[in-house]
Design a protein around this ligand. Structure first.
Ligand SMILES: [Zn+2]
Length: 267
C-alpha cells in the first residue's frame, strides 16, 4: 500500500509533469472504486484549470477555483502518464486529459482507491478530522507528548492514529520506533518527554529519507514513469529477521499488524 512517502513522490512527479493545467477531458472508464465515481465529474471538470496539486495525508489534492478533487490511491492505485490515444487496460478507472494532450490514467487492481469532487475540501469527511502533517512544524515533541501522556494505548497504535498525526503506516511506524529505541508495544503514558523528542525526530527522519529515495515499495507501488521506487534494503527492522546488533528480531501483533523490534536496542 502506498504510504505517505510514496504518495508524496507520486504527487511531486504528477505536479512536475503538468505543463498545461487546463482539463480538456475527464473520462470515467470504470466508476467502481471504494466509492463510486460521481458521474457528474466529467462535466464539472471540463475546461477547468488546476491551480495547485498537493498532498494532504495520503490524498492527492487538485485545487480549482471553485472546488477540489481528492484522490486516494488505496492499496494498489497507480497513476500513469500515457500517450494521446492511450491503450486502456483492465482495472483502469478514469482518464484525465489536459489541454496539451498530456494524459493520465488511474489503474487500481484492488479498487480501494477513491476520487471525489468537493466544493470545500476542509469540510469533506475524508479530510476534516485528519491530524497534523508529520513533516510540518505542528508535529513537535510538545504536541506528541500532550497526545501520549494520558493514553493507555500502545505507542505504535498512537502514532498510526490518523486523527493525531497523518500518514504513518505500519512500515514507517516500525522503523521510526526502532530509530528512537522505543518498543512498539510500550504503553503511551510511559513515554518520557525526551523519548518523545527522539520519536518525533525519528518519524521525520524516516519519512524524509524515504521521500528522498522515492518511496519504499513493498508491492504494487509505481512512480509515474512506471519505475519501482523500491528501497527495501534501507529498512532496519520491518520484514527483517535480525537486527544490526545481531539479535533476532521479535515480531508482535499490534492491532492485528506485524510489528518488528529488537529487545536489545529498544526499551
Ligand atoms: Zn538490536
Amino acid at each position: 500500500m502506498p504510504e505517505l512517502p510514496e504518495v508524496e513522490t507520486i504527487c511531486n512527479a504528477f505536479k512536475k509533469s503538468v505543463t498545461n493545467p487546463v482539463i480538456k477531458e475527464f473520462k470515467i472508464i470504470n466508476p467502481k472504486l471504494r466509492w463510486k465515481i460521481n458521474n457528474k465529474i466529467p462535466s464539472i471538470l471540463k475546461g477547468k484549470r488546476i491551480n495547485n496539486i498537493s498532498r494532504r495525508a495520503k490524498y492527492i489534492i487538485m485545487d480549482f477555483d471553485d472546488g477540489s478533487i481528492i484522490l486516494h490511491l488505496g492499496m494498489t492505485g497507480i497513476l500513469r502518464k500515457t500517450s494521446t490515444f492511450p491503450e486502456i487496460f483492465k482495472h483502469d478507472h478514469f482518464m484525465l486529459k489536459l489541454e496539451d494532450d498530456a494524459t493520465y490514467i488511474y489503474n487500481d487492481v484492488r479498487k480501494f482507491g477513491s476520487l471525489h469532487w468537493v466544493y470545500d475540501k476542509s469540510k469533506h469527511f475524508l479530510i476534516k478530522n485528519l491530524g497534523v502533517e508529520p513533516l510540518s512544524r505542528l508535529f513537535s515533541k510538545k504536541y506528541l507528548y500532550e497526545k501520549l501522556k494520558n493514553k493507555k494505548t500502545q505507542v505504535k497504535n498512537l502514532i498510526m492514529n490518523q486523527n493525531i498525526v497523518v500518514g504513518i503506516g505500519n512500515i514507517y511506524a516500525s522503523e521510526a520506533l526502532y530509530d528512537s529505541k522505543i518498543r512498539p508495544n510500550r504503553i503511551s503514558s510511559t513515554i518520557t518527554i525526551s523519548e518523545c523528542e527522539n520519536l518525533v525526530k525519528s518519524i521525520k527522519k524516516v519519512l524524509s529519507r524515504s521521500i528522498k529515495f522515492g518511496g519504499t515499495s513493498i508491492k504494487d507501488y509505481k512512480t509515474l514513469d512506471g519505475k519501482s521506487g523500491y528501497f527495501k534494503q534501507k529498512l532496519m527492522v520491518y520484514g527483517l529477521e535480525k537486527c544490526q546488533c545481531g539479535e533476532v528480531l521479535i515480531i508482535v501483533k499490534i492491532s492485528g499488524r506485524s510489528s518488528f523490534y529488537c529487545a536489545k536496542c529498544q526499551k
